[in-house]
Design a protein around this ligand. Structure first.
Ligand code: AMP
Length: 459
């Protein structure tokens, strides 16, 4: 019988790498809380129409990459319905905003999410069919200030803070404005006209895009097409005064906050709903899939989904790519050993060892529990692999209340009274790292050792 494996483009995340995932999520939650965001959790599948309307029928995501199926009716009262595993989370958040009348409070809604997304893309390093995004949206009625360029700048400044606190240095913020839909219409015409004399020299995809959606030509990665693309008009020249002023205010606020960016005229992004500000953060350590995160403003999305006018701006960070970046950075500390291994000498001491481990764990220590049937040599070998110290619990130790502790890095053996044991272990090299626990700005992230390399291999 052939063995079953995880489906192509999906993977298992195993400890110790999962500790890094938890740490990233804890840092993100802590940053979002400081900017006064609350968490939203929307369903993993939605009515297919949501994405067709919200993301755009013409996009690669909707036309080629969605996991869609006809969901059979289970009762007469139900209808067979086309459902889709969410390929992104903005459409779901805006659906929820409309469904729950969140705009009725008159306040800005600041919502973040963390969760899996699904796209049938060609898997490669940094690109999976199930991947995780950490994202946020700021959305609300215009009277709440949802159109203000300050919101755009604040989101970008928050992202710079998030990457800093994760310890990710060396990122680049690419910034552009795709204007209003009228601006884009003007730009499309300008592009079409400019493409007529040159399109015959371009790749087949560009020839098709020149017909259907000329903006997409700017996404072309074919090297031979690049010099041609460089001669095309830029969208900045098609922006009306209001869009230009909006962009100028975003950049002025970023300058004031000291957030560096570069203007990237080709950044038009793959989703149809963007208006005005679009952005991407890239990182050199990622290779071909170098986008850490992307986002932008979507002033018309709520109305496209049948809701009230509710301008908004949001982003999605690729969590898988944050992990890859952190693993590649040198300051990522590789350590995930338990503080101590409690080794009972004989099966009769198993119960007492569990009680001792419980005591130590309740003090916040990470403890591995051995097994009394092990010979001492085997306990030492197991302890050396998983913990920094071994605590030996024999009949004498139990009676006297004095335990023997050996530290593997120093080789020193110490007798410690039971009442002082937790403090002793804590001071002799324990890093208290509850998974997904506190996040200290600037502190090195605790990152998994050897097993990671194996896990990081994509399918
Ligand atoms: P998008 O929703 O396409 O704007 O993507 C936002 C971010 O999600 C990207 O910048 C990537 O970091 C990440 N991302 C998108 N697609 C994938 C994928 N197939 N695998 C892993 N990460 C992805």
């Amino acid at each position: 019988m052939s063995t079953l494996k995880a489906v192509r483009g999906t993977r298992d995340l195993l400890p110790p790498e999962t500790a890094l995932w938890n740490r990233i999520e804890a840092t993100a939650r802590s940053v979002f809380a400081r900017y006064n965001f609350g968490e939203i959790r929307t369903p993993v599948f939605e009515d297919t129409t949501l994405f067709a309307r919200g993301v755009g029928e013409e996009t690669d995501i909707v036309s080629k990459e969605m996991y869609t199926w006809e969901d059979r009716a289970r009762a007469q009262s139900e209808k067979t319905q086309s459902l889709t595993l969410r390929p992104e989370n903005t459409a779901g958040v805006v659906r929820a905003y409309i469904e729950h009348g969140l705009g009725e409070s008159g306040q800005l809604q600041k919502l973040y999410y963390i969760g899996p997304q699904f796209r049938r893309e060609r898997p490669q390093k940094g690109r999976y069919r199930q991947f995780s995004q950490i994202g946020a949206e700021v959305i609300g009625p215009p009277s709440a200030g949802s159109e203000s360029p300050l919101r755009d700048a604040e989101i970008l400044e928050m992202l710079a803070t998030l990457l800093d606190e994760l310890g990710i240095t060396g990122w680049t913020l690419h910034l552009n404005s795709v204007g209003s839909s009228a601006d884009r219409e003007r730009y499309n015409q300008a592009l079409r006209a400019a493409l007529v004399p040159v399109v015959a020299q371009m790749c087949p995809d560009c020839q098709r895009r020149a017909e259907t959606n000329p903006l997409r030509v700017l996404d072309c990665k074919v090297p031979a097409d690049q010099p041609v693309i460089d001669t095309l008009p830029v969208i900045a020249d098609s922006l009306d005064e209001a869009s230009q002023a909006h962009f100028a205010q975003v950049t002025a606020a970023l300058d004031a906050a000291g957030v560096p960016y570069t203007r990237n005229h080709r950044l038009v992004r793959g989703l149809d709903y963007y208006t005005r500000t679009t952005f991407e953060f890239t990182h050199g350590g990622l290779g071909a899939q170098n986008a850490l995160l992307g986002g932008g403003r979507y002033d018309g999305l709520s109305e496209m989904l049948g809701g009230p006018r509710a301008p908004g701006i949001g982003f999605a960070v690729g969590e898988d790519r944050l992990v890859l970046t952190l693993l590649a950075l040198e300051n990522t500390q590789q350590d995930e050993k338990a503080a101590a291994f409690v080794a009972p000498l004989g099966e009769a001491l198993n119960a007492a060892a569990l009680a001792l481990a419980r005591e130590l764990r309740r003090s916040g220590l990470r403890i591995e529990l051995g097994e009394g049937s092990f010979r001492l040599k085997k306990s030492f070998e197991a302890a050396d692999k998983t913990a920094r110290q071994i605590v030996i619990l024999g009949e004498d130790e139990l009676q006297s209340g004095i335990l023997t502790v050996k530290n593997f890095s120093t080789g020193i053996q110490t007798k410690v009274p039971r009442a002082e044991l937790a403090v002793f272990l804590l001071n002799s090299g324990q890093s208290l790292e509850p998974e997904g626990g506190r996040s200290t700005p600037g502190a090195p992230l605790v990152v998994p050792p050897a097993r990671i390399q194996k896990n990081a291999i994509h399918k």
